[in-house]
Design a protein around this ligand. Structure first.
Ligand SMILES: NC(=O)c1ccc[n+]([C@@H]2O[C@H](COP(=O)([O-])OP(=O)(O)OC[C@H]3O[C@@H](n4cnc5c(N)ncnc54)[C@H](O)[C@@H]3O)[C@@H](O)[C@H]2O)c1
Length: 314
């Protein structure tokens, strides 16, 4: 197998660090560009990359995708870009839409510009199921309407559109992978699976926004990483990357309580704006065109994640 030079933006974050690890294991050369933003505790990002820093085919650059000079420097001679840098919070995007737009949309545009100038082989963009919003056709197909209901969803959709435009108008190869609620070791601390697991292990009450009937297609991280590797050689355009079925938030909380043998109670609260009712990916296109096949389902993924958290408890 050929070895390539890869840039992972947001490479110290949850998904970016897993992509970096897989690329390093496959023998590719990896540059991680991350500005260690203030969205959550940076010690978690330092933990994500610590084992990678010892690898001779891995280099960390602390800087922003919005810094043209650093970006240009990092993209020189790069074959593949895995573009994961973003402000990923839905609620934060409602409070600060400008920042979300700047990093997620303008940042992506800068990455595409630099990629085009540097003759990069392909840009693999981390898009999101949030681009769909509240749609009433399930499962969600890539051709389903896109009506985001948060600035975050709008910023990801706009960036995805730029990826398409750079492909069609300028001839830069791009692919957008619409991730559906990703979880696993190193998960962002603001996501429900992380919060519920911490609370369950501490025996504290678990707060759910709303009545718990919202549902999500939770996708284990290894499946998402497989999709990124497949996307290096296959596919162009937009693909759903999900687990292919969904469970309610209530079922999620109950599974976590059961798997941790916890005594936590579930408390139902108010709905919050920006949260869609339901997500469930139709992954047929990714199956056919990328050869994507989710290997770890949500139950097995939850067991793996909880085992990881228990093994790494201080
Ligand atoms: N986690 C999910 O369930 C999920 C679902 C759909 C899409 N996504 C997308 O996947 C990508 C990764 O998400 P994540 O959950 O790993 O989030 P994360 O916050 O853990 O990772 C994002 C990383 O980007 C870095 N970053 C932010 N602004 C930057 C900038 N200006 N320059 C360089 N680096 C910057 C952050 O420091 C962070 O390390 C994001 O694009 C997100 O929108 C995630």
């Amino acid at each position: 197998m050929s070895h390539f030079k890869c840039l992972v933006t947001g490479g110290a974050g949850f998904i970016g660090s897993h992509i970096s690890r897989r690329l390093v294991e496959l023998g590719h050369e990896v540059i991680c560009l991350d500005n260690f933003d203030d969205y959550y505790d940076n010690r978690l990002k330092e933990d994500n990359i610590r084992p990678l820093l010892a690898c001779s085919n891995y280099r960390l650059v602390r800087g922003s995708i919005l810094d043209e000079k650093i970006l240009e420097e990092c993209i020189k001679d790069i074959d593949f870009i895995f573009h994961n840098a973003a402000r990923p919070g839905i609620r934060e995007s409602i409070k600060n839409p400008m920042l979300t737009h700047e990093v997620n949309t303008t940042g992506t545009l800068r990455v595409l510009e630099a990629a085009l100038a540097a003759n990069v082989k392909k840009v693999i963009y981390a898009s999101s199921s949030s681009v769909y919003g509240n749609v009433d056709q399930f499962p969600l197909k890539e051709t389903s309407p896109t009506r985001p209901i948060s600035p975050y969803g709008a910023s990801k959709l706009c960036a995805e559109n730029y990826c398409e435009i750079y492909r069609e108008v300028y001839g830069l190869k791009t692919i957008s992978l619409r991730y559906f609620t990703v979880f696993g070791p190193g998960i962002r601390p603001d996501l429900a699976i992380s919060i519920f697991t911490r609370k369950a292990l501490a025996g504290e009450d678990i707060d759910i926004f709303g009545d718990g009937n919202k549902s999500r297609d939770f996708t284990y991280i290894d499946n998402v990483i497989d999709a990124n590797i497949l996307a290096m050689t296959r596919g162009m355009g937009v693909y759903n990357i999900g687990g292919g079925h969904s469970i309610t938030i209530d079922e999620l909380a109950r599974s976590i309580i059961r798997l941790t043998s916890s005594s936590s109670k579930i408390i139902y609260g108010k709905n919050v704006p920006g949260d869609v009712e339901r997500t469930m990916a139709d992954i047929d296109k990714a199956r056919r065109e990328l050869g994507y096949m989710p290997k770890v389902d949500v139950t097995e993924g939850l067991k793996k994640y909880i085992d990881f958290v228990q093994a790494n408890r201080p």
